[in-house]
Design a protein around this ligand. Structure first.
Ligand SMILES: Nc1nc2c(ncn2[C@@H]2O[C@H](COP(=O)(O)OP(=O)(O)OP(=O)(O)O)[C@@H](O)[C@H]2O)c(=O)[nH]1
Ligand SMILES: [Mg+2]
Length: 642
């Protein structure tokens, strides 16, 4: 059975609630004040089983002061019943509600002329003509126009067949988005705790599942909640699917912490935002253009949030009837993804002036000079397919890269959709994967170039240095970027053979430290000095003096010694204390021979001094070095030879 949501729309007192009652037997006015004043204040609900189609009705108030409440219910509907009282015909909220449906992208519906019992054929014809005029050229242009009387029941069966027929034609909701339920009510049920209701606009919810509740007015991340129970059309179910009015009993949260406008969503997918870029459509009868710095009320999902506008169009305005790009800077956090529709109302007096579609849900502030570039990027984003959108998001993220989790938060796409878009973008060569971070190929190339230039500059500056420390490169070029990008750049350069990495150092492939004849002789002399000195090795200054390095050439001599260290011929044991590798290897050999002669494989400092033939000055640093190299392990005053 197919589940769809049908919303009422229309002017106050035109018989919306009476119609829902005539169709379902349910009075959707649930507040005592509504019954007393015979007026709908807040949205109400009813359901109807039409065989192949199951309908959840959202009945909205027609009073102009309650448009805000109307919007909390109108956002997720599949189909609208535009209600027009035949005796009054088209009135202001008939138009406003209809405009709202158009701006929200509602694609299906019908017109119901009510109170047929109160008028004659002539008046009915007038109402029909006015209704036709209203819907001309709109999504309702070919929709049925049904005349009914909720009082006598005339036309109600005909209306039911029309609803069933359209309901069957309504395309199924996209299964490409993660679960989202904008909350329109929260209350406590005795013995159950917090219950929220709303239209499940995408995905599905199962009993026992963990979901996330977003968002407090701040930019705090969502709160995890558990689905204790579920109801659809007042019946307990184990699973609700998109297109159903759903009541969710939540564990892990108090009702007091939940408000209309919050969102129940798949856990760990969405993030609150405060600045979005959007394409705005202004109503033709909006009293004035939309301009920068204007304060507006944005209705997104079931939420109403105040925002400041920054128009991105030339001339800094979007005229009535026109569309254009603008940035909305919200005064409190909202949750929205690419493609989400919203309604804009003027701050005061409160009236609907237009609506829009989110293009970039996580925009940065655009100052006036940046507006043309921002526009160009947004236009490209609107035109692109998903793979193209991924590439554009990645390009925009620059050297910081786009994390896959950020892509999920911007789009609301399910993992399969993200992976498919990524695969296509990869195929087209429009993104580079740095593990879970995405970059544009141009940015990646730029980073590779920067690294190569820096390494080359280092070699030019320090021809005798082995290379540049990786950490130095990271700090210089990737301080604000995820580590994944740095790793990917290095790995790629290594794979391409441009760079050679040796532990913590990278050097360019061409860099060979070609030594002059004098330098090579000095290197050999120094090595010979350490080799001959064995464990009685001289300090650096002394060694350089022995090798005949003059006081003014000390710096140069140190670099040559460093080359011996880099090559592993000489080992720095501590500070200025160096030994030839051979001397250390011989010592380790002697220790192991000692160990094999002694059942406890241990040696103390005195025995070590004697074995190595060295003084205490050398013994302690050497033992500590050997501990560090895991040749020995300190146990009290003794060392165990490993
Ligand atoms: N005679 C007659 N009266 C009707 C009909 N439909 C509604 N009414 C009456 O019109 C009045 C308003 O009806 P509602 O259904 O409350 O109107 P509404 O559109 O829900 O009003 P709001 O929710 O406040 O916008 C009530 O007194 C109804 O009894 C009808 O078909 N025939
Ligand atoms: Mg009503």
């Amino acid at each position: 059975m197919k589940s769809i949501i049908v919303g009422t729309a229309g002017h106050i007192d035109h018989g919306k609630t009476a119609l829902v009652r005539a169709l379902t037997g349910v009075n959707a006015d649930r507040l005592p004040e509504e019954t007393r004043r015979s007026i709908t204040i807040d949205i109400g609900f009813a359901d109807l089983d039409l065989g192949e189609v199951s309908i959840g009705f959202v009945d909205v108030p027609g009073h102009e002061r309650f448009v805000k409440n109307m919007l909390a219910g109108a956002h997720g509907i599949d189909l609208v019943m535009l209600v027009i009282a035949a005796d009054e015909s088209v009135m202001p909220q008939t138009r406003e509600h209809f405009d709202i449906c158009r701006l929200l992208g509602v694609r299906n519906g019908l017109v119901v002329l009510t109170k047929k019992d109160l008028i004659d054929e002539e008046l009915l014809a007038v109402a029909q003509a006015e209704a036709q005029e209203l819907i001309a050229g709109s999504f309702l242009k070919d929709a049925p126009l049904v005349a009914v009387s909720s009082r006598t029941g005339e036309g109600i069966d005909e209306l039911k067949s029309a609803l069933r027929e359209i309901g069957l034609r309504v395309p199924p909701r996209s299964s490409e988005f993660i679960t989202r339920l904008p909350i329109d009510r929260a209350f406590t049920m005795r013995g159950f705790g917090a219950v929220v209701t709303g239209t499940l606009i995408a995905g599905e919810i199962s009993e026992g599942e963990e979901l996330e509740l977003l968002t407090a007015p701040s930019l705090l991340p969502g709160k995890r909640v558990r689905v204790r129970g579920l109801q659809v059309h007042s019946k307990s179910v184990s699973r609700a699917t998109s297109g159903q009015r759903t009541a969710v009993n939540l564990g892990g949260i108090e009702t007091a912490a939940i408000d209309r406008g919050m969102l129940l969503a798949a856990a760990g997918r969405l993030l609150p935002t405060q600045i979005v870029d959007a394409e705005i459509q202004m109503l033709a009868d909006a009293p004035r253009s939309l301009r920068s710095r204007q304060r507006v009320r944005a209705h997104i999902g079931a939420a109403e949030v105040l925002a400041r506008v920054r128009v991105l169009e030339p001339g800094d305005e979007i005229k009535p009837g026109a569309s254009g790009l603008a940035q909305l800077r919200f005064e409190s956090a909202v949750v929205g993804v690419l493609g989400d529709r919203f309604i804009l109302r003027s701050y005061s007096p409160q009236m609907t002036i237009g609506g829009g579609v989110i293009v970039d849900a996580f925009a940065t502030k655009h100052r006036a000079p940046q507006a043309p570039a921002a526009r160009e990027w947004l236009v490209a984003l609107m035109k692109a397919d998903r793979a193209g959108q991924v590439a554009l998001f990645a390009a925009q993220a620059g050297t910081r890269g786009l994390r896959k989790v950020d892509l999920a938060a911007r789009t609301g796409w399910r993992d399969e959709i993200i992976e498919a878009a990524l695969a296509q973008a990869r195929e087209a060569g429009s993104i580079i994967d740095a593990e879970a971070v995405l970059l544009s190929p141009a940015t990646f190339e730029e980073l590779k170039q920067k690294i190569m230039q820096d390494v080359a500059a280092h070699h030019a500056r320090e021809p005798l240095s082995r290379g540049l420390r990786k950490e130095t490169l990271r700090e210089r070029h990737f301080a604000h970027a995820p580590i994944e990008i740095f790793r990917a750049v290095l790995v790629t350069l290594e794979q391409e053979g441009a760079l050679l990495a040796e532990q913590e150092i990278v050097r360019s492939r061409e860099h060979s430290r070609e030594l002059s004849g004098d330098e090579a002789r000095l290197r050999d002399r120094l090595e010979a000095i350490y080799c001959q000195a064995a464990l009685e090795a001289p300090g650096m200054t002394e060694a350089l003096a022995l090798a005949g390095v003059s006081a003014s050439a000390q710096q140069h001599g140190r670099k040559i010694l460093q080359m011996l260290i880099d090559a592993g011929a000489v080992v720095r044991v501590r500070g200025e204390m160096f030994f030839h590798r051979q001397a250390l290897d011989d010592l380790i050999e002697k220790l192991r021979a000692h160990a094999s002669r002694n059942s406890d494989r241990a040696i103390d400092v005195a025995a070590f001094k004697e074995l190595a033939g060295i003084s205490r000055k050398y013994a302690i640093p050497l033992l500590e070095y050997l501990d560090h190299q895991r040749v020995t392990r300190r146990e009290g005053d003794r060392r165990v030879i490993l």
